[in-house]
Ligand binder design. Sequence first.
Ligand code: NI
Length: 176
Amino acid sequence: MIENQYPIGQFEERVFTASVKQECLGAIRFLPNMLEAAISGLDEAQLQTPYREGGWTVHQLVHHVADSHLNAYIRFKLGLTEDHPVIKPYDEQKWASLDDVRSLPVNISITLLYALHARWFEAVRDLDDAQWRRMIVHPATGGPLPLSHYLQQYAWHGKHHVAQVNYLREKRKWQQ
Ligand code: NI
């Protein structure tokens, strides 16, 4: 079953209208709350359950969102302060298998995400149009893409992983 890897579908960029921008900013602002709600009440065995066969556990998913969004925050800050910075990709699978992810409880990353997203949201909430057009270069995609693209992508990314947890809860009929 491959389809449950993408419970909200794959990322699709939209025209960056004011309402799309506000929706995405809201997604960044409230991702920690959404993720915390998605895992609330889960016991250790539930947290160690893969959200799909062969996929990451809920525990790994939560730590992965923190890994990913730490990188995202740095990418935004680089994009706002340098011209066409080349960002640094990272191996998310290997990051998710390091000792911090293995050993630390998920609430460490939830706490980290609350602080991180407060910083991130505050850094971008009032950007002007020219700032949203500032480019960053991801070596894997080749060309430069504007911060407006990455805002949408990370708004999707947070919802994507929250939905994976909720999908699992529904599938297993775990109490919300
Ligand atoms: Ni991800």
